[in-house]
Design a protein around this ligand. Sequence first.
Ligand SMILES: Cc1cc2nc3c(=O)[nH]c(=O)nc-3n(C[C@H](O)[C@H](O)[C@H](O)COP(=O)(O)O)c2cc1C
Length: 185
Amino acid sequence: MDRIITAFTDEVHPAYGQIATVDADGHPHVRTVHWRYVTSRNAIGCVCYSDSEKWRHLQLRQVYEGCYFDQTQQMQFRWEGKVELIDGRSAEDQALLSALWEQLRPEVRASYWAQHLHGAPTQPLGAAVNLNERCPMCVAILTIPDRWDIYDINPTNFRQGNRTICTRAGTQWCAEIVSLFFRRG
Ligand SMILES: Cc1cc2nc3c(=O)[nH]c(=O)nc-3n(C[C@H](O)[C@H](O)[C@H](O)COP(=O)(O)O)c2cc1C
């Protein structure tokens, strides 16, 4: 667990990883997001625009797979499980969104506002726009993993890499070391 939290809280090496979602026709879509460990929810989350495809897909079908290769730790993390769509309806969610908004770089915040107000992220913003105020289109995806597939590569000897599957049963986690070529079923 420590290595997971380390991977997703590293501000020097942001966790740019992927989230795969599925559209209404069952077609997969994958794209890069900035994953962060959200301490208050014990979840791995990312911020996105509420009109984005990923958000729409997850509204339709709450299935995803996350993936991140941590170059510092030389580990690949893949995970799946439940998802929570944080749209700011409850006061608790608003507080979480505001905290995540604060972590965004000013130019990212500006792109959200420009898209929201002018339909394009590159449009200039008037001085009236306060970038400290959260854009209403800023939402968050929280992934609550119940399965981790952690691949610890050995850079000098491929065959000495380790792969561990961690599954959750209630509050307990069970870890199993498997072959590098393990497959389900
Ligand atoms: C390094 C990097 C980090 C990114 N981080 C995010 C992010 O945190 N959230 C996000 O919505 N899009 C992020 N993007 C953009 C997405 O990859 C994607 O292009 C965009 O969100 C539209 O995806 P969608 O329409 O399939 O939802 C990032 C792209 C890159 C290259």
